[in-house]
Design a protein around this ligand. Structure first.
Ligand SMILES: Nc1ncnc2c1ncn2[C@@H]1O[C@H](COP(=O)(O)OP(=O)(O)OP(=O)(O)O)[C@@H](O)[C@H]1O
Ligand SMILES: [Mg+2]
Length: 452
């Protein structure tokens, strides 16, 4: 599972979005708390500043410098700022030696900005009844402390929320993603033609299950329609075979009982050959239908592939000799047995060997091999004939398709369709490869999907 996939899932995005909204709400809440607390503390500081100024002034002008000096001396935390200035603004005493520029002299506490003071510090400057100017200020250490507490809390809780949010989002998304992956796997197999496959539906009946249910219903319908279409073809083949047989018998009688000579005889013979060809095609079509409908397990038994191949070779040796093609074999004695229908396997390999002998020109070579792969045994039939170009390798498996370069050889284009049907029924894979030169047809005798 890639991170980009995780990001695209709805639970992941929803969780992150919820997290972001929650984070913003927390931020707003902290902001409001800070505003309220800072306002309250500022009012407190203002009160302190005003009452200190009042205390200092309450004794009158007498000993005021001493009281100011004392206030400075007793301020152990160094948060108080005091200054007494003459009517002209000349410093008399206190730890503030200069009046802040452009600061109103009206006895009202205000925020004061100075490099030595924390932001939010408050001060008042007041002209005393006897003309002197008094400065009383209070540093806002407490506000700075409050700010740093809030920033720390925000950083900590924000970081935690981010990590927890991402983890929760990932956790919530993994399960649906896995299920989607399963569905994807299942539909991929269905796309490859496994009509009986259905998408997994869990007992939860959530939105994914609903979609899988809809897809399954569609697949049911598609399968039903396909069977209908197929059976139409088979029914036609079945129904036409009787009249065709009769037609053939009739033609045969005509050819036997009339003493036709020359072109007329040739025409009758050609009509007979065409009828035979039609009958062969109908038989092959019916055979494919039979194989596709056959109950898979009914005829299955442990099969020694060596015997099947020996049988095929024995049967094809005379044909190979006739055509001047060398028929070689290389059969692994240790290849394991497979669960299969031996008659059908024989039919499949025969069809493939038949093709190889038919399409390989005289002097060529056909080799039948049985090899053992880690996944299971593999039957290979290779020849050094014309081969099938890459672009046509899928197509030659279809019914009636015959590759352009070999179209003048006899045949109806149904042999490989029968092989495909047999392979599919066994869950084996049929592979067409380039044998350089020629074609290699391989039957991987292990369940599809086991390949590395
Ligand atoms: N060994 C091969 N070498 C070259 N082309 C091949 C080979 N095997 C199959 N083909 C191509 O694949 C096509 C389909 O093969 P398939 O066995 O289905 O039909 P066919 O042999 O033409 O007719 P049928 O088997 O029904 O008598 C062939 O017409 C041929 O073009
Ligand atoms: Mg064939």
């Amino acid at each position: 599972m890639r991170p980009s996939e995780l990001w695209r899932t709805t639970p992941f995005r929803l969780t992150l979005m919820n997290g972001a909204v929650f984070g913003l709400a927390v931020l707003a809440l902290m902001g409001v708390i800070y505003q309220q607390t800072a306002g309250y503390l500022t009012r407190q500081i203002d009160g302190i500043v005003v009452s200190e100024a009042r205390n200092l002034v309450s004794g009158g002008s007498e000993h005021l410098p001493e009281r100011v000096t004392q206030a400075v001396a007793t301020d152990a935390r160094h948060i108080g700022y005091y200054g007494l200035f003459s009517a002209e603004g000349i410093w008399i005493c206190g730890n503030v030696r200069m009046l802040p520029p452009r600061f109103p002299i009206d006895g009202v506490p205000r925020e004061i900005h100075s490099p030595n003071l924390q932001p939010g510090s408050r001060a008042l400057v007041e002209r005393l009844p006897w003309g002197e100017i008094l400065y009383v200020g209070h540093d806002a250490l407490v506000l700075t402390g409050l700010r740093s507490i809030e920033v720390n809390a925000l950083l900590f809780s924000g970081g935690l929320a981010l990590v927890l949010g991402l983890a929760a989002a990932a956790l919530l998304s993994v399960r649906p993603l896995q299920r989607i992956d399963n569905l994807r796997e299942a539909s991929r197999a269905a796309l490859k033609g496994e009509l009986g496959l259905r998408l997994p539906v869990s007992r939860r009946r959530d939105e994914i299950d609903m979609l899988a249910g809809v897809a399954n219903a569609m697949m049911d319908e598609a399968e039903r329609l396909l069977w209908e279409v197929k059976s139409v073809g088979e029914n036609v083949a079945h129904d036409l075979r009787t009249p065709l047989n009769r037609l053939r018998a009739l033609l045969y009688r005509v050819s036997q009982e009339t003493r036709l000579e020359g072109p007329e005889r040739q025409m009758i013979d050609q009509a007979l050959a065409e009828t035979d060809e039609l009958l062969t095609r109908f038989r092959a079509l019916q055979r494919i239908g039979e194989i596709e409908r056959r109950d898979r397990q009914a005829f299955f038994e442990p099969v020694r592939l060596q015997s099947v191949l020996e049988h095929v070779i024995e049967l094809h040796e005379p044909l190979a000799e006739d055509r001047g093609v060398e028929l070689a074999a290389d059969i692994a004695a240790d290849a394991p047995q497979v669960q299969a229908d031996p008659t059908l396997l024989f039919e499949a390999v025969s069809n493939v060997v038949d093709n190889a002998l038919k399409f390989t020109p005289s002097g060529g070579k056909v080799c039948i091999r049985l090899v053992t792969r880690p996944e299971g045994p593999r039957i290979e039939v290779s020849d050094n004939g014309p081969g099938v170009p890459q672009a046509e390798r899928e197509a030659v498996l279809q019914r009636f398709y015959r590759a352009a370069r070999t179209r003048n050889e006899p045949g109806s284009g149904l042999g490989l369709s029968i092989v495909t049907a047999i392979a599919r029924m066994h869950h084996f894979t049929l592979v067409l490869e380039d044998a350089r030169p020629g074609l290699r047809v391989a039957l991987n005798c292990w369940p599809r999907g086991l390949e590395a």
